[in-house]
Design a protein around this ligand. Structure first.
Ligand code: APR
Length: 389
Protein backbone atom coordinates (compact mmCIF):
# COMPACT_ATOMS: atom_id res chain seq x y z
CA UNK A 1 0.00 0.00 0.00
CA UNK A 2 1.01 3.61 -0.46
CA UNK A 3 -0.17 7.03 0.64
CA UNK A 4 1.31 10.53 0.73
CA UNK A 5 1.13 11.23 4.45
CA UNK A 6 0.86 8.56 7.15
CA UNK A 7 -0.60 10.11 10.29
CA UNK A 8 0.04 8.27 13.54
CA UNK A 9 -2.63 9.02 16.16
CA UNK A 10 -6.18 10.42 15.92
CA UNK A 11 -6.17 12.84 18.88
CA UNK A 12 -6.67 16.58 18.35
CA UNK A 13 -3.35 16.88 16.46
CA UNK A 14 -3.79 13.92 14.11
CA UNK A 15 -7.43 14.43 13.25
CA UNK A 16 -6.93 18.16 12.63
CA UNK A 17 -4.01 17.48 10.31
CA UNK A 18 -5.98 14.75 8.50
CA UNK A 19 -8.85 17.15 7.80
CA UNK A 20 -6.64 20.02 6.66
CA UNK A 21 -4.78 17.77 4.23
CA UNK A 22 -7.98 16.14 3.01
CA UNK A 23 -9.43 19.57 2.22
CA UNK A 24 -6.41 20.17 0.02
CA UNK A 25 -6.60 16.90 -1.83
CA UNK A 26 -3.58 15.29 -0.19
CA UNK A 27 -3.93 11.58 0.42
CA UNK A 28 -3.60 10.44 4.02
CA UNK A 29 -3.95 7.30 6.13
CA UNK A 30 -4.53 7.71 9.87
CA UNK A 31 -3.43 4.89 12.18
CA UNK A 32 -4.88 4.96 15.70
CA UNK A 33 -4.06 2.31 18.29
CA UNK A 34 -7.31 2.72 20.20
CA UNK A 35 -10.91 2.06 19.20
CA UNK A 36 -13.25 4.78 17.98
CA UNK A 37 -15.22 5.13 21.21
CA UNK A 38 -12.08 5.66 23.30
CA UNK A 39 -10.90 8.43 21.01
CA UNK A 40 -14.32 10.06 20.85
CA UNK A 41 -15.02 9.95 24.55
CA UNK A 42 -11.67 11.01 25.91
CA UNK A 43 -12.32 14.11 28.02
CA UNK A 44 -9.45 16.48 28.50
CA UNK A 45 -9.11 20.00 27.18
CA UNK A 46 -12.02 22.42 26.86
CA UNK A 47 -10.93 25.66 25.20
CA UNK A 48 -10.15 26.31 21.55
CA UNK A 49 -8.45 29.68 21.45
CA UNK A 50 -9.26 32.34 18.89
CA UNK A 51 -6.24 31.48 16.79
CA UNK A 52 -7.27 27.81 16.75
CA UNK A 53 -10.82 28.76 15.75
CA UNK A 54 -9.47 30.81 12.84
CA UNK A 55 -7.62 27.75 11.56
CA UNK A 56 -10.90 25.86 11.15
CA UNK A 57 -12.69 28.90 9.74
CA UNK A 58 -10.02 29.50 7.12
CA UNK A 59 -10.06 25.83 6.16
CA UNK A 60 -13.82 26.11 5.51
CA UNK A 61 -14.57 23.82 8.45
CA UNK A 62 -16.36 26.30 10.72
CA UNK A 63 -19.79 24.79 10.04
CA UNK A 64 -18.62 21.25 10.66
CA UNK A 65 -16.52 21.94 13.72
CA UNK A 66 -17.62 25.11 15.50
CA UNK A 67 -21.41 25.17 15.09
CA UNK A 68 -23.26 25.99 18.30
CA UNK A 69 -20.09 26.33 20.35
CA UNK A 70 -20.24 29.25 22.81
CA UNK A 71 -17.59 31.96 22.96
CA UNK A 72 -15.49 32.47 26.03
CA UNK A 73 -16.14 36.05 27.01
CA UNK A 74 -15.31 36.55 30.68
CA UNK A 75 -12.81 34.91 32.96
CA UNK A 76 -13.33 35.15 36.69
CA UNK A 77 -10.50 35.16 39.19
CA UNK A 78 -12.22 35.06 42.56
CA UNK A 79 -9.83 36.40 45.15
CA UNK A 80 -10.54 35.63 48.83
CA UNK A 81 -14.19 35.31 47.88
CA UNK A 82 -14.33 38.59 45.97
CA UNK A 83 -15.40 38.17 42.31
CA UNK A 84 -13.13 39.84 39.75
CA UNK A 85 -13.67 39.55 36.02
CA UNK A 86 -11.52 39.95 32.95
CA UNK A 87 -13.46 40.58 29.75
CA UNK A 88 -11.17 38.59 27.49
CA UNK A 89 -13.18 39.33 24.38
CA UNK A 90 -13.09 43.10 24.84
CA UNK A 91 -9.48 43.12 26.03
CA UNK A 92 -8.31 41.20 22.95
CA UNK A 93 -10.20 43.34 20.45
CA UNK A 94 -12.96 40.80 19.93
CA UNK A 95 -10.75 37.73 19.56
CA UNK A 96 -12.80 35.31 21.65
CA UNK A 97 -11.80 31.78 22.37
CA UNK A 98 -14.46 29.08 22.27
CA UNK A 99 -15.65 26.71 24.94
CA UNK A 100 -15.41 23.43 23.11
CA UNK A 101 -14.84 20.19 24.96
CA UNK A 102 -12.07 18.17 23.33
CA UNK A 103 -14.29 15.14 22.78
CA UNK A 104 -16.78 17.26 20.82
CA UNK A 105 -14.02 18.71 18.66
CA UNK A 106 -12.53 15.26 18.01
CA UNK A 107 -15.91 13.66 17.34
CA UNK A 108 -16.81 16.30 14.79
CA UNK A 109 -13.44 16.18 13.08
CA UNK A 110 -13.56 12.38 12.88
CA UNK A 111 -17.02 12.46 11.36
CA UNK A 112 -15.98 15.12 8.83
CA UNK A 113 -12.86 13.23 7.78
CA UNK A 114 -14.76 9.96 7.38
CA UNK A 115 -17.64 11.61 5.51
CA UNK A 116 -15.05 13.00 3.09
CA UNK A 117 -13.82 9.49 2.36
CA UNK A 118 -10.89 9.63 4.81
CA UNK A 119 -8.95 6.44 5.57
CA UNK A 120 -8.81 6.02 9.36
CA UNK A 121 -7.81 2.69 10.85
CA UNK A 122 -8.64 2.13 14.50
CA UNK A 123 -6.97 -0.57 16.57
CA UNK A 124 -3.78 -0.37 14.53
CA UNK A 125 -1.42 -2.32 16.78
CA UNK A 126 2.38 -2.31 17.01
CA UNK A 127 2.81 0.66 14.71
CA UNK A 128 6.47 0.92 13.71
CA UNK A 129 8.22 3.55 11.59
CA UNK A 130 10.99 2.62 9.15
CA UNK A 131 13.48 4.40 6.84
CA UNK A 132 12.62 7.83 8.20
CA UNK A 133 15.87 9.32 6.93
CA UNK A 134 15.33 8.07 3.36
CA UNK A 135 12.96 9.31 0.64
CA UNK A 136 10.39 6.56 1.11
CA UNK A 137 9.60 5.93 4.74
CA UNK A 138 7.36 2.99 5.61
CA UNK A 139 4.92 2.37 8.41
CA UNK A 140 3.99 -1.13 9.55
CA UNK A 141 1.24 -2.27 11.91
CA UNK A 142 -1.02 -5.22 12.50
CA UNK A 143 -4.75 -5.69 12.95
CA UNK A 144 -6.16 -7.21 16.13
CA UNK A 145 -6.56 -10.48 14.17
CA UNK A 146 -2.82 -10.52 13.45
CA UNK A 147 -2.81 -9.44 9.77
CA UNK A 148 0.34 -7.43 9.03
CA UNK A 149 0.25 -4.23 6.96
CA UNK A 150 2.87 -2.04 5.38
CA UNK A 151 2.29 1.45 4.02
CA UNK A 152 4.92 3.33 2.02
CA UNK A 153 4.56 7.12 2.13
CA UNK A 154 6.30 10.40 1.46
CA UNK A 155 5.93 11.80 4.99
CA UNK A 156 5.05 10.58 8.46
CA UNK A 157 3.23 12.83 10.95
CA UNK A 158 3.84 11.71 14.53
CA UNK A 159 0.61 12.79 16.24
CA UNK A 160 0.59 10.00 18.80
CA UNK A 161 0.92 11.96 22.01
CA UNK A 162 3.52 11.86 24.75
CA UNK A 163 3.53 8.05 25.07
CA UNK A 164 3.44 7.32 21.34
CA UNK A 165 5.92 5.50 19.15
CA UNK A 166 6.93 8.40 16.88
CA UNK A 167 9.25 10.34 19.14
CA UNK A 168 10.80 7.08 20.34
CA UNK A 169 11.62 6.20 16.73
CA UNK A 170 14.07 9.10 16.51
CA UNK A 171 17.65 8.31 17.54
CA UNK A 172 18.16 9.76 20.99
CA UNK A 173 21.21 11.77 19.97
CA UNK A 174 19.15 13.58 17.33
CA UNK A 175 16.91 15.25 19.94
CA UNK A 176 17.46 17.70 22.76
CA UNK A 177 14.96 17.15 25.58
CA UNK A 178 13.84 19.78 28.08
CA UNK A 179 11.79 18.80 31.13
CA UNK A 180 10.63 20.76 34.12
CA UNK A 181 8.67 19.69 37.16
CA UNK A 182 6.68 22.64 38.50
CA UNK A 183 6.50 21.08 41.96
CA UNK A 184 2.78 21.74 42.26
CA UNK A 185 0.15 19.14 43.16
CA UNK A 186 -2.98 19.32 41.01
CA UNK A 187 -6.00 17.09 41.21
CA UNK A 188 -8.82 17.21 38.70
CA UNK A 189 -12.31 15.72 38.71
CA UNK A 190 -15.04 15.65 36.11
CA UNK A 191 -18.55 15.87 37.46
CA UNK A 192 -22.15 15.90 36.34
CA UNK A 193 -22.68 19.28 37.87
CA UNK A 194 -23.99 22.44 36.18
CA UNK A 195 -21.34 24.41 34.32
CA UNK A 196 -20.35 27.82 35.70
CA UNK A 197 -21.38 30.83 33.60
CA UNK A 198 -17.70 31.72 33.15
CA UNK A 199 -14.48 29.81 33.66
CA UNK A 200 -13.52 30.46 37.25
CA UNK A 201 -10.30 30.38 39.25
CA UNK A 202 -10.51 30.92 43.00
CA UNK A 203 -7.48 32.03 44.95
CA UNK A 204 -7.51 31.98 48.74
CA UNK A 205 -5.62 30.75 51.76
CA UNK A 206 -7.40 27.40 51.35
CA UNK A 207 -5.52 26.71 48.11
CA UNK A 208 -6.30 27.15 44.45
CA UNK A 209 -9.44 25.73 42.90
CA UNK A 210 -10.90 26.11 39.44
CA UNK A 211 -14.26 25.39 37.86
CA UNK A 212 -14.66 25.10 34.08
CA UNK A 213 -17.61 24.22 31.87
CA UNK A 214 -17.54 21.01 29.84
CA UNK A 215 -20.72 21.51 27.91
CA UNK A 216 -23.80 22.91 29.69
CA UNK A 217 -24.33 20.14 32.22
CA UNK A 218 -20.83 18.97 33.09
CA UNK A 219 -17.92 20.60 34.87
CA UNK A 220 -14.25 20.06 35.28
CA UNK A 221 -12.81 21.06 38.64
CA UNK A 222 -9.20 21.48 39.64
CA UNK A 223 -7.79 21.52 43.17
CA UNK A 224 -4.30 22.19 44.33
CA UNK A 225 -3.07 19.70 46.93
CA UNK A 226 -0.12 19.60 49.26
CA UNK A 227 3.00 17.61 48.43
CA UNK A 228 2.79 14.16 49.99
CA UNK A 229 -1.00 14.07 49.96
CA UNK A 230 -2.83 11.65 47.63
CA UNK A 231 -6.15 13.22 46.66
CA UNK A 232 -7.23 10.08 44.79
CA UNK A 233 -7.81 8.66 48.25
CA UNK A 234 -10.09 11.52 49.26
CA UNK A 235 -13.71 10.44 49.59
CA UNK A 236 -15.75 12.36 47.01
CA UNK A 237 -17.55 14.19 49.79
CA UNK A 238 -14.21 15.63 50.97
CA UNK A 239 -13.50 16.79 47.44
CA UNK A 240 -16.87 18.56 47.30
CA UNK A 241 -16.28 20.11 50.69
CA UNK A 242 -12.93 21.49 49.56
CA UNK A 243 -14.47 22.79 46.35
CA UNK A 244 -17.31 24.51 48.20
CA UNK A 245 -14.87 26.10 50.61
CA UNK A 246 -12.34 27.25 48.05
CA UNK A 247 -14.80 28.33 45.36
CA UNK A 248 -17.11 29.93 47.90
CA UNK A 249 -20.08 28.10 46.36
CA UNK A 250 -21.95 26.35 49.18
CA UNK A 251 -24.41 24.62 46.84
CA UNK A 252 -21.92 22.75 44.67
CA UNK A 253 -22.77 19.07 44.32
CA UNK A 254 -22.95 16.33 41.74
CA UNK A 255 -21.64 12.95 40.71
CA UNK A 256 -17.92 12.70 40.12
CA UNK A 257 -17.29 10.65 36.99
CA UNK A 258 -13.51 10.84 36.68
CA UNK A 259 -10.58 11.56 39.03
CA UNK A 260 -7.05 12.26 37.91
CA UNK A 261 -3.76 13.63 39.16
CA UNK A 262 -2.50 16.24 36.70
CA UNK A 263 1.22 16.08 36.27
CA UNK A 264 2.42 19.65 36.53
CA UNK A 265 5.30 18.95 34.23
CA UNK A 266 6.58 20.56 31.09
CA UNK A 267 8.37 18.80 28.30
CA UNK A 268 9.76 19.93 24.94
CA UNK A 269 11.91 18.17 22.34
CA UNK A 270 13.94 19.94 19.71
CA UNK A 271 13.79 19.71 16.79
CA UNK A 272 10.26 18.47 16.06
CA UNK A 273 11.45 16.47 13.06
CA UNK A 274 13.75 13.74 11.90
CA UNK A 275 14.15 13.06 8.17
CA UNK A 276 10.63 12.54 6.82
CA UNK A 277 9.02 12.36 10.27
CA UNK A 278 7.41 15.45 11.81
CA UNK A 279 6.23 15.51 15.42
CA UNK A 280 2.93 17.27 16.13
CA UNK A 281 1.26 18.17 19.45
CA UNK A 282 1.90 16.22 22.63
CA UNK A 283 4.36 13.94 20.82
CA UNK A 284 6.75 16.90 20.92
CA UNK A 285 5.68 18.92 23.95
CA UNK A 286 3.62 18.80 27.13
CA UNK A 287 2.43 21.99 28.78
CA UNK A 288 0.82 22.66 32.15
CA UNK A 289 -2.96 23.31 31.95
CA UNK A 290 -2.91 26.96 33.06
CA UNK A 291 -3.76 29.02 29.99
CA UNK A 292 -5.34 26.02 28.25
CA UNK A 293 -2.73 25.81 25.52
CA UNK A 294 -2.17 22.04 25.18
CA UNK A 295 -4.90 21.31 22.67
CA UNK A 296 -4.29 24.66 20.97
CA UNK A 297 -0.64 23.84 20.37
CA UNK A 298 -1.72 20.49 18.91
CA UNK A 299 -4.08 22.32 16.52
CA UNK A 300 -1.58 25.03 15.59
CA UNK A 301 1.24 22.51 14.97
CA UNK A 302 -1.15 20.53 12.77
CA UNK A 303 -1.97 23.69 10.84
CA UNK A 304 1.70 24.61 10.35
CA UNK A 305 2.50 21.11 9.14
CA UNK A 306 -0.51 21.03 6.82
CA UNK A 307 0.53 24.32 5.20
CA UNK A 308 4.10 23.13 4.83
CA UNK A 309 3.07 19.78 3.33
CA UNK A 310 0.65 21.46 0.94
CA UNK A 311 3.51 23.68 -0.27
CA UNK A 312 5.80 20.69 -0.71
CA UNK A 313 3.21 18.51 -2.44
CA UNK A 314 1.76 21.13 -4.77
CA UNK A 315 4.73 23.14 -5.91
CA UNK A 316 7.67 21.13 -4.64
CA UNK A 317 8.49 23.99 -2.27
CA UNK A 318 10.19 22.45 0.76
CA UNK A 319 11.07 25.73 2.51
CA UNK A 320 8.06 25.70 4.84
CA UNK A 321 8.78 22.11 5.80
CA UNK A 322 12.35 23.08 6.59
CA UNK A 323 11.01 25.82 8.85
CA UNK A 324 8.26 23.75 10.48
CA UNK A 325 10.10 22.81 13.64
CA UNK A 326 11.46 26.29 14.38
CA UNK A 327 8.07 27.92 13.80
CA UNK A 328 6.27 25.50 16.11
CA UNK A 329 8.95 25.70 18.77
CA UNK A 330 8.72 29.46 18.87
CA UNK A 331 5.04 29.22 19.77
CA UNK A 332 5.65 26.32 22.13
CA UNK A 333 8.23 28.18 24.17
CA UNK A 334 6.12 31.33 24.18
CA UNK A 335 3.16 29.36 25.55
CA UNK A 336 5.33 27.43 28.00
CA UNK A 337 6.47 30.75 29.43
CA UNK A 338 2.89 32.00 29.59
CA UNK A 339 1.61 28.89 31.34
CA UNK A 340 4.45 29.02 33.87
CA UNK A 341 3.79 32.72 34.48
CA UNK A 342 0.07 32.08 34.94
CA UNK A 343 0.73 29.14 37.19
CA UNK A 344 3.11 31.03 39.48
CA UNK A 345 0.60 33.84 39.71
CA UNK A 346 -2.30 31.66 40.80
CA UNK A 347 -0.53 29.05 42.88
CA UNK A 348 1.66 31.35 44.85
CA UNK A 349 -0.96 34.04 45.28
CA UNK A 350 -3.13 32.42 47.88
CA UNK A 351 -2.04 29.27 49.57
CA UNK A 352 0.37 29.05 52.43
CA UNK A 353 1.93 25.77 51.33
CA UNK A 354 5.29 26.21 49.66
CA UNK A 355 5.67 29.64 48.24
CA UNK A 356 6.60 31.61 51.32
CA UNK A 357 5.38 35.09 52.14
CA UNK A 358 7.63 37.01 49.76
CA UNK A 359 6.70 34.99 46.66
CA UNK A 360 3.08 35.19 47.74
CA UNK A 361 3.15 38.99 47.79
CA UNK A 362 4.79 39.04 44.34
CA UNK A 363 2.13 36.70 42.96
CA UNK A 364 -0.65 38.89 44.37
CA UNK A 365 0.97 41.94 42.80
CA UNK A 366 1.12 40.17 39.43
CA UNK A 367 -2.54 39.25 39.72
CA UNK A 368 -3.69 42.65 40.93
CA UNK A 369 -1.92 44.27 37.99
CA UNK A 370 -4.34 42.47 35.65
CA UNK A 371 -7.21 44.31 37.30
CA UNK A 372 -5.56 47.72 37.50
CA UNK A 373 -3.45 48.07 34.36
CA UNK A 374 -5.30 47.89 31.02
CA UNK A 375 -2.09 47.15 29.05
CA UNK A 376 -1.27 44.27 31.41
CA UNK A 377 -4.79 42.91 31.03
CA UNK A 378 -4.59 43.29 27.25
CA UNK A 379 -1.30 41.40 27.12
CA UNK A 380 -2.90 38.59 29.10
CA UNK A 381 -5.97 38.49 26.85
CA UNK A 382 -3.70 38.46 23.80
CA UNK A 383 -1.98 35.29 25.03
CA UNK A 384 -5.35 33.72 25.88
CA UNK A 385 -6.56 34.42 22.32
CA UNK A 386 -3.40 32.93 20.83
CA UNK A 387 -0.68 34.97 19.24
CA UNK A 388 -0.28 35.32 15.50
CA UNK A 389 3.27 36.78 15.38
N1 APR B 1 0.08 4.08 17.50
C1 APR B 1 -1.04 4.70 17.05
N2 APR B 1 -1.70 5.64 17.78
C2 APR B 1 -1.19 5.95 18.97
C3 APR B 1 -0.02 5.34 19.49
C4 APR B 1 0.62 4.37 18.69
N3 APR B 1 1.73 3.75 19.11
N4 APR B 1 0.24 5.86 20.72
C5 APR B 1 -0.72 6.74 20.96
N5 APR B 1 -1.61 6.81 19.94
C6 APR B 1 -2.81 7.63 19.84
C7 APR B 1 -3.56 7.79 21.14
O1 APR B 1 -4.44 6.71 21.36
C8 APR B 1 -4.30 9.10 20.94
O2 APR B 1 -5.55 8.92 20.33
O3 APR B 1 -2.43 8.94 19.49
C9 APR B 1 -3.39 9.88 19.99
C10 APR B 1 -2.64 11.00 20.69
O4 APR B 1 -3.57 11.95 21.15
P1 APR B 1 -3.24 12.99 22.33
O5 APR B 1 -2.48 12.28 23.38
O6 APR B 1 -4.51 13.64 22.68
O7 APR B 1 -2.22 14.02 21.66
P2 APR B 1 -2.47 15.26 20.68
O8 APR B 1 -3.36 14.88 19.55
O9 APR B 1 -1.13 15.80 20.40
O10 APR B 1 -3.30 16.31 21.52
C11 APR B 1 -2.74 16.82 22.69
O11 APR B 1 -4.91 17.52 23.53
O12 APR B 1 -6.04 16.56 25.28
C12 APR B 1 -5.30 17.61 24.87
O13 APR B 1 -4.31 18.33 26.81
C13 APR B 1 -4.14 17.51 25.72
O14 APR B 1 -2.72 19.14 25.17
C14 APR B 1 -3.05 17.88 24.84
C15 APR B 1 -3.56 17.80 23.43
Amino acid sequence: ETTRVAIIGAGPAGITLANLLQRNGIETVVLEVRGRSYVEERQRAGVLDHYGGRIFEEAGLAGEVLAGVPDQTLLEIRTDGEPRFLDLRALSGGRSSRMVPQQLLVRRLLATYLAGGGDLRFEALDVALHDLDGDTPRVTYRDPDGTEHEIACAYVAGCDGFHGVSRRSIPEEALATYTFDHGIGWYTVLADSPAPSYPLFAVSEHGLAAHFPRGPRASRFYLQYRAGDDPRKWPDEDTWQQLRLRLGSPDLAGTITDREIVEMRSFVVEPMEFGRLFLVGDAAHIITPLGAKGMNLAVSDAHMLAEALIGAERGGDRSALAGYSAACLRRTWDYQEFSRWFSEMLHDAGDDTDAGPFRRRLARARMDRLFSSPPAAAAFADMMAGTTY
